[in-house]
Write a protein that binds this ligand. Structure first.
Ligand SMILES: [Zn+2]
Length: 217
């Protein structure tokens, strides 16, 4: 049986390793060697949905967690995935999106118009102020927003994009999942809308008129 002194010394050693783990690079990965791409929605409980503890020292640090509007593949998502997979030992990607997502709740063209009506010149936007080389072609803004027609189809598309991206090695496990916000349960994405046990998987189900800009088609 160890003494309390020994336990405290061991705990401090572990905490120190936790705090400095990035310097170990691929030898200091997160616990599950996992990168999660998830929607930023406050109703999407990433830890509960996946049965992990993503970013707390208390329960382990299971994953690198990246959240954005929709949980979609963007240039910064690719940048983050590239880093964690190629340099920090990550071996698996999980894409987590959800029903009732705000990205289903409007048409990208209407959002662009709303910004133009505010006097914003969306044709000349610094997408990354520190990287002026990264720019949108004129007329691409609505597409860039990334609104969805169908969360299941978008999730499947994002998985394909990651699997086929040159910065993501082919032996990385990539999967996508949909959290049913209304039922608090996880399921695999289903491209066939009528077979889903959900009520708001499409923009049409939220009374959005017209197709989104062609990002996911
Ligand atoms: Zn969402």
């Amino acid at each position: 049986m160890s003494t309390l002194k020994q336990e405290l010394e061991s705990r401090i050693k572990e905490t120190t390793r936790w705090e400095t783990r990035r310097q170990f690079a691929a030898d200091g990965p997160n616990m599950r060697k996992l990168w999660v791409l998830a929607c930023m929605d406050e109703r999407l409980p990433v830890d509960r949905a996946l049965g992990i503890c993503a970013d707390s020292v208390v329960c382990g640090g299971d994953a690198h967690l990246f959240r954005n509007a929709g949980g979609i593949v963007t240039d910064d998502a690719i940048r983050s995935a590239m880093l964690t997979i190629n340099f920090f030992g990550t071996r698996e990607i999980v894409v987590l999106q959800h029903t009732g997502c705000g990205m289903l709740s409007a048409n990208g063209h209407d959002l662009e118009k709303a910004l133009r009506d505010k006097g914003i010149d969306v044709d000349n936007i610094p997408i990354d102020p520190s990287l002026p080389e990264l720019s949108l072609e004129k007329g691409a803004f609505a597409k860039w927003i990334g609104m969805m027609d169908d969360v299941d189809q978008t999730c499947i598309k994002c998985v394909d994009q990651l699997r086929n991206h040159p910065l993501i090695p082919k032996d990385i496990t990539v999967s996508g999942w949909v959290w049913e916000t209304e039922f608090h349960r996880l399921r695999a994405p289903d491209p066939n809308a009528p077979t889903r046990a959900v009520s708001q998987p499409t923009a049409a189900s939220m009374n959005v008129k017209g197709k989104q800009p062609p990002r996911w088609s």
